[in-house]
Structures are given as C-alpha cells and as structure tokens.
Design a protein around this ligand. Structure first.
Ligand SMILES: Cc1cc2nc3c(=O)[nH]c(=O)nc-3n(C[C@H](O)[C@H](O)[C@H](O)COP(=O)(O)OP(=O)(O)OC[C@H]3O[C@@H](n4cnc5c(N)ncnc54)[C@H](O)[C@@H]3O)c2cc1C
Length: 284
C-alpha cells in the first residue's frame, strides 16, 4: 500500500517545528524507519509530516560534564561510531542489536524513544541508566525521566504537539559495571526478551543495581535489584531470585515466537548472567 496524502514540512528551527506541531494533525519525521512503514500500511494518516532531520540545533552529540547529550536529529549509527559513546558503555553494547546497520544509518536515538516499541533496546537502556528526555512544545520546555517516558505500547508522555529535542545519558561513574543481552529469532529482529543492567560498587560492596527488562511487557520494566545482588553475586546463585523476578514482570502475551512462560524463563537466565557479569565488571 501507499501512504495517504500528506503535506511535507521542513522547518528551519525548533520554534518553527513546534509551531507546525501545534497546528495539529502533524507527526514528527525523524529517521522514518518506523513512521514510514506505519504510513505505508495506513495505520496512521497524519495531515503533515514535520521533518526535523536538517535542524542543526538537534544534530549534536555532546559530552557535558557527567552526561552525554544526544540531539533528536542524531542517527543511531553516528552515536554507535562516536568516540564519546564510550562514556556510556550500555549504548555501545545495545546498539548493534537495534535492527540492522542500514536501519541505524537512518533511525535516530530519540525516534526510538518516541516510537516506544515494547521490544526496543534504547528505551530500556535509557530507563536503566536514569537518562533524562528533553521535550519542548508550545506550552514550554520540560524534562521527563526516561523511565517515565513510555506509558504503554507505542505510547509516551510526549504529546502529539510536542517534540523530543534530545536525551541526556549519565556517563560511567567509578565502580560501575554494565550488562546487556537479548535473544531474538534472527539478529536484527525485535527481541523475545532482553535486559540492560547497571551495578555500582564501592569498597567491594554493591551500592546499587538496576535492571531494565524489555520485550516482556508493554513498556520497559525497571527494577531496583540492589538487595537481590547483596544476597548473591554468581550467576548460579542469582538464578532463583531472577526467575522469581521474571515471573513477576513478564506479562506480555505469548505468540508464535515464544510463550509467556518461555519469555519468563529466558528473562530469568539473561538477568542472572548479566547481573553477575556487571558485578564483576564493577569490581574491576
Ligand atoms: C525491519 C526493521 C527492524 C527493526 N528492528 C528494530 C530493533 O530490533 N530494535 C529497535 O529498537 N528498533 C528496531 N526498528 C526500529 C528502528 O530502530 C527505528 O529507527 C526507530 O524505532 C524509530 O526511529 P526513527 O528515527 O526512524 O523514527 P521515525 O520512524 O521517524 O518516527 C517514529 C515515531 O516517533 C515519532 N518521533 C520521532 N522523533 C521524534 C521526536 N524527536 N519527537 C517526538 N516524536 C518523534 C514519530 O512521529 C513517529 O511516531 C526496526 C525497524 C525496522 C523497519
């Protein structure tokens, strides 16, 4: 099928983009890797597409103190290749799993957050790290913790008349270790289940630990797992606790690719492995 007719608007500034969105019946066009299929299948029929990709003010990757800021027009592939990304190790570990390289060369980091696919990697990474999403609109600017951005499958706290302008990821701190893993039928497919974890230690003790699961609910599920890691740190010892956690958080319906029970088992295994790995890395 072909998309329904739409007007194409390429603003010269963020202000102009916001004006176009405020006029109503408009959608932001970033990398187009999710939006264009939606239009082609006529699952959406916006009257206007507001193309933000040429806005230089949204096109920067910047290290600012202990944060890495990624503007809304920045492509995933650029972030993957930028040396500054080494300061946020989870991004580097997750990015090769975001579709295929060709998709990443068009898709944007903020577009992935805005699209809010329940199985997407970057919303889970952002939520796990406590990233902050910057949003602007005709009613002003605001910031939303990434863990609160996604409010359901393909639904976010960003209103249709607002624009995500960037996202700020905390850079690696002392004593931090990370883990990321997912399982998909084929590389580049959306994950059946996946985890992103962050562990912080000092003086050899676990101070805090966070786990974000994806592909298992209608949004990334974030849990403080500090107590869990205080009781056990090896993969084998962690298994009972991560199995119980997985049974609690997996609420997605099963499908042809895997039942609910299979996803829960998978998540329990991945969580134990990545927490143990992140703990080891944090100690190093
Ligand atoms: C075959 C295929 C496989 C894929 N596999 C994966 C995968 O494994 N993992 C994964 O995470 N993703 C996957 N994707 C999706 C891909 O990562 C997209 O690039 C991403 O989800 C959307 O980013 P985009 O920049 O292309 O956004 P677009 O497609 O341009 O926009 C997506 C949605 O977000 C909105 N939007 C975009 N930017 C903003 C903004 N700044 N402010 C407000 N709203 C905005 C748009 O209006 C639209 O509703 C896949 C896509 C395809 C086609």
């Amino acid at each position: 099928m072909k998309p329904a007719p739409f007007a194409y608007h390429r603003p010269d500034s963020v202000g102009e983009a916001v004006e176009a969105l405020a006029a109503g019946d408009a959608k932001v066009l970033a990398g187009g890797q999710s939006l264009v299929p939606v239009l082609a299948m006529r699952l959406g029929r916006p009257g206007t597409l507001v193309d933000i990709t040429a806005l230089a003010e949204l096109g920067r990757v910047e290290r600012r103190g202990d944060e890495l800021r990624v503007g809304a027009a920045v492509r995933q592939r650029r972030v993957e290749r930028d040396p500054a990304t080494a300061s946020v190790p989870l991004i580097g570990r997750a990015m090769p799993f975001v579709g295929h390289r060709e998709l990443r060369s068009r898709g944007t980091v903020c577009g992935s957050l805005a699209h809010a696919d329940p199985a997407a990697e970057l919303p889970a990474v952002a939520a796990c790290l406590g990233a902050v999403v910057e949003i602007t609109g005709s009613r002003g600017d605001r910031e939303v913790p990434a863990a609160e951005l996604v409010t359901g499958a393909m639904t976010t706290a960003c209103s249709p008349d607002e624009l995500i302008t960037g996202v700020r990821f905390p850079t690696r701190g002392p004593g931090e270790g990370f883990g990321f893993a997912e399982l998909a039928r084929r590389h580049g497919d959306f994950a059946l289940a996946g985890v992103a974890v962050r562990v912080r230690t000092s003086s050899g003790l676990v101070r805090d630990a966070t786990l974000a699961a994806f592909g298992v609910s209608d949004r990334p599920v974030v849990r403080d797992v500090t107590d869990l890691l205080r009781d056990a740190v090896t993969e084998a010892d962690l298994r009972p606790a991560t199995a119980a956690l997985a049974a609690e958080v997996v609420d997605t319906a099963g499908d042809a690719h895997g039942s609910t029970a299979y996803r829960a088992r998978l998540l329990g295994v991945l969580a134990a492995r990545e927490l143990a790995r992140a703990h080891q890395e944090a100690l190093r």
